[in-house]
Design a protein around this ligand. Structure first.
Ligand code: 5AD
Ligand code: SF4
Length: 463
């Protein structure tokens, strides 16, 4: 009989990808995904450690699951409860101590060992804790991903881990050292996804542009080379990558933005701060002007390129002047979109030990508000500048209204339009008719419109 598997995913796209792969590993054991935890035979919390109080949130979720586990037991069943991901890696056996009803705790590098862990947990010989960084790569041992991707846009993990050690960040400790999947493995996965109807590929990695995968001829490919290789495959219409580090934005990757039409003109390039003093304290390994220069070169390669970024306000020791430098950088660059956070200490990271230099909460609140006001104004301005343009939109979802489809433009803006359902899964030219803070509306440009525009010389298509 089929067993029901519920996976709750927190955090980044990497976790979304990993959750899919866990489902693939468990499928041969008879587990089928379900979308509610009630009555499930296995519940996995795939956790994220980036946000504040991440571990506490996991413990309270485990409290709720404890009740569901009891309900299942009173029906004569058994619910296996597992904690995976970065909180599992960071907390390890502590989770079993605080939540003894948990059967398995395992880190992101061990998913290929799941069948064995499940066998041990189900045998009931005590809980399983596995936070190793095994010598073998999970990517070599995971089964091929399931043949049915959720839609025309898919994630493809190419790199994992990080050796940068920014002083605020837990990732190098939870995800481990940098690792790049071999080129052939990435290409093979892309081919399978393309054959199953995927049109847009988002290459994933904690530090994705540090990619240095080995090719079959023994040469090492950077991300730019990999993107060029993927662009040659049948069906690969769009390529994106995330998350990148300014230090790894090399010449070839920048050139690829000008040379590979499938590479989308939108890049998430976190800068964190505009102050050189703070960037040094964060161990970011670049200055604010380095960032400005990189963006300038990227825009020279691809003039319609737009950027998003991450910012941290209130890093230990951040002065009013440092914060003013951040606002100046934002004004200089102009972002289409951004995420900003108040600094919060992560146990075990160097910045958490910068005692006496912590910025008061009220100051952080004020700075966050000022920064977000500026970034929101830039986002609204960027969205408004899309009105009147014809953008290629990947129609990937059915909307709530009758006849409505939703999609993503080149800049990841969500576009809402009325369009025939047969267009679902395809890329269509859409004239943007209105802009809102977080979305756009538009209408499909028909062949007749194209002809009329071309005749009148008014066709506006972004190059
Ligand atoms: N405090 C606040 N924000 C953080 N981030 C990572 N660690 C912290 C922290 N300790 C933010 C960074 C990163 C994003 C994913 O989360 O901006 O780029
Ligand atoms: Fe964390 Fe810095 Fe690595 Fe990004 S580059 S994952 S912020 S250590």
């Amino acid at each position: 009989m089929k067993k029901k598997l519920f996976i709750k995913t927190y955090g980044c796209q990497m976790n979304v990808y990993d959750s899919g792969r866990m489902a693939d590993v468990l499928a041969p054991l008879g587990y089928e995904p379900t979308d509610a935890p009630e009555g499930a035979d296995m519940v996995i919390l795939n956790t994220c450690h980036i946000r504040e109080k991440a571990a506490e949130k996991v413990y309270s979720e485990l409290g709720r699951i404890r009740q569901l586990q009891k309900d299942k037991a009173s029906d004569g069943g058994r619910m296996v409860v597992a904690v995976a991901g970065c909180v599992a890696q960071a907390e390890g056996a502590e989770i079993m101590v605080r939540a003894p009803h948990v059967d398995m705790v395992f880190g992101p590098q061990t998913y290929h060992q799941l069948p064995e862990m499940v066998a041990r947990a189900v045998r009931g010989t005590g809980g399983v804790v596995n936070t190793d960084f095994p010598v073998e790569s999970k990517f070599d041992l995971l089964p091929e991903e399931s043949a049915a991707p959720a839609g025309p846009a898919a994630f493809l993990s190419v790199q994992e881990g990080c050796d940068k050690f920014c002083t605020f960040c837990v990732v190098p400790y939870t995800r481990g050292a940098e690792f790049s999947r071999p080129v052939a493995q990435v290409i093979a996965e892309a081919k399978r996804l393309a054959a199953a109807g995927v049109r847009e590929f988002t290459l994933l990695g904690q530090n994705v542009n540090a990619y240095h995968g080995e090719a079959q001829d023994g040469t090492v490919w950077g991300l730019g080379r990999l993107i060029r290789g993927l662009a040659e495959l049948e069906g690969v219409e769009r390529i994106r990558y995330t998350t990148s580090h300014p230090r790894d934005m090399d010449d070839d990757l920048i050139a690829a933005h000008g040379e590979v039409p499938q590479l989308m003109p939108f890049v998430h390039l976190p800068v964190q701060s505009g102050s050189d003093r703070i960037l040094a304290a964060m161990n970011r390994k670049h200055t604010a002007d380095d960032y400005r220069r990189i963006v300038e070169r990227m825009r020279a390669a691809r003039p319609d390129l737009a950027l998003s970024s991450d910012f941290i306000v209130g890093f230990p020791g951040e002065s009013d002047q440092d914060f003013a430098d951040t606002l100046r950088l934002v004004t200089d660059i102009g972002f289409a979109q951004a995420y900003s956070f108040k600094y919060s200490a992560r146990p075990g990271t160097p910045a958490a030990g910068m005692d006496g230099r912590q910025v008061p909460e009220a100051v952080k609140d004020e700075r966050l508000q000022a920064l977000q006001q500026l970034l929101n104004a830039q986002q609204v301005g960027f969205n408004e500048s899309s009105v009147g343009q014809v953008q290629d939109v990947l129609l990937d979802r059915v909307g709530k209204k009758a006849g409505q489809l939703l999609g993503r433009g080149p800049y990841m803006q969500s576009v809402h339009l009325i369009a025939p359902e047969r267009l679902l899964g395809s890329v269509a030219p859409v004239r943007i008719t209105a802009a809102f803070a977080n979305s756009l509306t538009g209408e499909v440009v028909t062949l007749d419109d194209h002809a009329a525009d071309a005749a009148a010389g008014t066709e506006e298509v972004r190059v």
